[in-house]
Design a protein around this ligand. Structure first.
Ligand code: NAD
Length: 352
């Protein structure tokens, strides 16, 4: 298949690009190269004849028109987004521009392209919209999100993703575009920008810096290793039912505090610092994120039953692989941190 992957220089998108090329798919990576992107994430496929890169913004309709005409994809995997909740609290408008307006522009271009395909190609075309479990809001101590859970987005990020989900759904319902939507829980793994919890803790702990934990660290997330997520996305693209949504999760619920402790223990084992002793000593509780959702958990029964997908990594094995990757890729980390981002506190609600 020839895949047009948006956001393929970001964290999950680059894992999609790497795995899809390794499975023999042709991939066109469309990315605007925002602060979150890094072409080093796709270095291992850059010279593959199966890979092409297009530097373009989702909102640039003439650029999309040119890219669809030049590459004639069989499917779109839409991952490009503004993705960090804390940044959305400081500056929500950019999230609406990229996640809502950008998705609308891409859907419109995909619809135009799809309508002009011949019958056989049109029947096989797919638009996979990659979303998050955060659109469902917050759970109490019990229960899990599933495909029928009502939308209750609480942050500007999740509200903008919910908006884009509704557009994708409507483009299927109104125009018949063959859309599939996925809702995934928190991902972690190699190449994640260090504003997100796990890489921020790994890199801060390595530098002996304080490890800021929001509130009392009681918030629970369901963690999924990024390669398991990508495997699920390809399963949905290849075998999912058009018009359906699929919830994807790791079945690995952890409190943030336990995640940070696990990072510390893994680092202490793989890279001991005798002067510091246990890195758990670096943990500091800081003011909570405004509107912080308490708990997310996913019932991934539908994708298991219908598509036979299950995660391969446990939280412990995935975390070990992740920490090992950051230890072995110091140059990647230095390059990311040499930009504007300095691992500072984002999203305390002070922005306008
Ligand atoms: P990321 O921030 O690491 O990467 C986003 C990519 O999109 C970057 O390469 C960026 O340059 C690109 N991009 C941003 N705006 C663009 C625009 N206007 N035009 C073209 N490209 C643009 O994000 P991620 O963590 O890899 O998430 C990818 C997708 O998966 C997002 O849609 C996100 O909502 C969804 N998701 C993420 C998680 C998670 O835990 N990270 C969980 C579930 C779903």
């Amino acid at each position: 298949m020839k895949l047009l992957v948006t956001g393929g220089a970001g964290f999950i998108g680059s894992a999609v690009v790497r795995l899809a090329v390794s499975r023999g798919h042709e991939v066109v990576n469309l990315d605007a190269l925002t602060y979150a992107a890094n072409l080093a994430n796709v270095a291992q496929v850059t010279n593959s004849p199966l890979y092409r890169f297009e530097h373009a913004d989702l909102r640039d309709r003439p650029a999309l028109d040119r890219i669809f005409a030049a590459h004639r994809p069989d499917a779109v995997m839409h991952l490009a987004a503004e993705s960090h909740v804390d940044r959305s609290i400081d500056g929500p408008a950019e999230f609406v521009r990229t996640n809502v307006v950008g998705t609308c522009t891409l859907l419109e271009e995909a619809r135009r392209y799809w309508r002009e395909m011949d019958d056989e190609a049109r029947a096989g075309f797919r638009f996979l919209h990659v979303s998050t479990d955060e659109v469902f809001g917050s759970l109490g101590p019990e229960g899990q999100f599933h495909e029928e859970t009502p939308y209750r987005p609480n942050s500007p990020y999740s509200a903008s993703k919910a908006g884009s989900d509704h557009l994708a759904r409507a483009w299927h319902h109104t125009y018949g575009l063959p859309v599939l939507v996925t809702h995934c829980s928190n991902n972690y793994g190699p190449c994640q920008f260090p504003e997100k919890l796990i890489p921020l803790m790994v890199l801060s702990a390595l530098q002996g810096r304080p490890l800021p934990v929001y509130g009392r660290g009681e918030n629970v997330r369901d963690w999924l290793y990024v390669e398991d997520h990508v495997d699920a996305l390809l399963a949905v693209l290849e075998r999912g039912r058009v018009g359906e949504t699929y919830a994807i999760g790791g079945g690995c619920e952890r409190r943030n505090l336990d995640v940070v402790r696990a990072v510390c223990r893994t680092l202490d084992e793989l890279c001991p610092d005798p002067a510091l002793g246990s890195r758990e000593r670096l943990i500091r509780f800081v003011e909570d994120r405004p509107g912080h959702d308490l708990r997310y958990a996913i019932d991934a029964g539908k994708i298991a039953r219908e598509l036979g997908w299950r995660p391969r990594e446990s939280f412990e094995s995935g975390l070990r692989r992740t920490v090992q990757w950051y230890l072995e890729n110091a140059a990647w980390c230095e390059r990311v941190l040499s930009g504007a981002y300095r691992m500072e506190r984002l999203g305390a609600g002070a922005g306008v």
